[in-house]
Design a protein around this ligand. Structure first.
Ligand code: CP3
Length: 351
């Protein structure tokens, strides 16, 4: 059941996702919950590890709401993490202090038998519960965004066993044994579609697919491993939830940002900070809403430099539907007051 269809139409973020050009763009920030906030660090210290934080609905809901208490943001994004789906498929996941996710790598189709969808929803049930808590607790003007990693990006973590500089194992598998790698991608398309669908049934009003490593592939591979799987997920989701707004984030896609929305069927495209906005207005915004794209390091710098850059982005994207955001997630070194100044500037801006 998608929640509150009549009132949700009035939310600024949903209006932008429907393609409306608004007097000021709605704003939310990737990784708006997290280590730059002292109140996040306090909850994180109480939880028995990061995974437990993600899988404890009361704590996950609490950290999701923390940035909303400080700033007048237009959306909350579910607090969870991208590799949880791998964990729910049976691949052992661990977080070591300051290192990010660590997984037992899967590097050939023979190893795919270690994965199974049988317990997917059982394992992810606490995440759906978090979404339910948030749907009840959020102020009526705030949109609840669910999310998942896109298949290619999730696959890089599963194959490399964590973050990686060159994605060498994943590329060698995808380039050298495309049929075998396709089996992994097909499994992920199914699992991610089911995961997002459950988030929507629990109360998420829009979803974002993070393809954080889309930018490392040559064009044919980008089409096969980024465009095709995301297209399949969008199709699955739309059969169950025809009106669901979907944001795609093919980070680093460069010229391949052009045509991404048309090919995949997403309603909005999140632009990384390197995308030239003069180009994006004609090549991307022509197809619908764009999101972005302040450099997260500008948010660390703050002051005049941040204000000038923010004004430029607001001006350049004002001709069409726009959601103000960063080009990638907030970094832990960000002073919380800089976030307050940014939100204030965007909210008081007039086209
Ligand atoms: O506020 C939000 O945006 C919601 C929560 C959220 C987290 N991760 C929390 C998190 C979201 C949407 C993500 C997405 C995510 N996770 C992505 C896609 C976006 C991107 O950054 O490209 C990726 C690639 C991951 C995988 C991941 N999780 C990495 C690489 C790391 C380590 C790097 C880092 O920033 O710590 C994580 C850990 C993580 N995910 C933390 C948080 C708050 C920090 C963990 C901690 O508190 O110790």
């Amino acid at each position: 059941m998608s929640s509150r269809p009549s009132t949700s139409q009035k939310k600024l973020l949903l209006r932008a996702l429907q393609g409306e050009r608004l007097p000021r763009p709605p704003i939310w920030l990737m990784r708006q919950a997290g280590r730059y906030l002292p109140e996040y660090r306090a909850v994180r210290a109480k939880a028995n590890g990061f995974l437990e934080l993600c899988y404890t609905p009361e704590l996950a809901a609490e950290v999701t709401l923390q940035p909303l208490r400080r700033y007048a943001l237009d959306a909350a994004i579910l607090f969870a993490d991208l590799p949880l789906v791998a964990d729910a498929l049976g691949q052992k996941l661990d977080y070591r202090e300051g290192e990010g996710p660590v997984l037992e790598p899967i590097r050939s189709s023979g190893e795919l038998q270690r994965l199974s969808q049988v317990r997917l929803h059982e394992r992810l049930a606490p995440v759906y519960e978090t979404v339910g808590l948030l749907a009840r607790r959020l102020p009526p003007e705030v949109t609840l965004i669910g999310f998942a990693g896109a298949p290619w990006t999730l696959a890089t973590y599963m194959v490399e066993g964590g973050g990686s500089a060159d994605h060498a194992f994943t590329k060698r598998w995808a380039f050298g044994d495309p049929d075998g790698f396709q089996q992994l991608i097909d499994l992920l398309v199914e699992a991610i579609s089911a995961y997002l669908s459950r988030q929507v049934e629990a109360g998420a009003e829009a979803v974002q697919l993070f393809d954080s490593w889309a930018g490392v592939l040559p064009e044919p591979a980008f089409r096969r491993w980024c465009i095709e799987p995301v297209t399949a997920i969008v199709k699955h989701l739309r059969t169950k939830h025809p009106q669901l707004p979907i944001i795609g984030f093919p980070r680093g896609a460069g010229l391949l940002y052009a045509g991404y929305a048309g090919a995949t069927g997403v309603d909005a495209v999140s632009l990384d900070s390197t995308v030239p906005l003069g180009w994006a207005t004609t090549a991307v915004q022509c197809d619908g809403c764009v999101q972005g794209n302040l450099d997260p390091q500008m948010l660390v710098v703050g002051g005049r430099a941040m204000a000038t850059e923010t004004a430029r982005i607001l001006r350049q994207l004002a001709g069409g539907p726009h959601i103000f955001n960063l080009g990638h997630g907030i970094v832990p070194q960000t002073p919380p007051e800089h976030v307050a100044a940014l939100v204030e500037q965007v909210r008081t801006w007039q086209a």
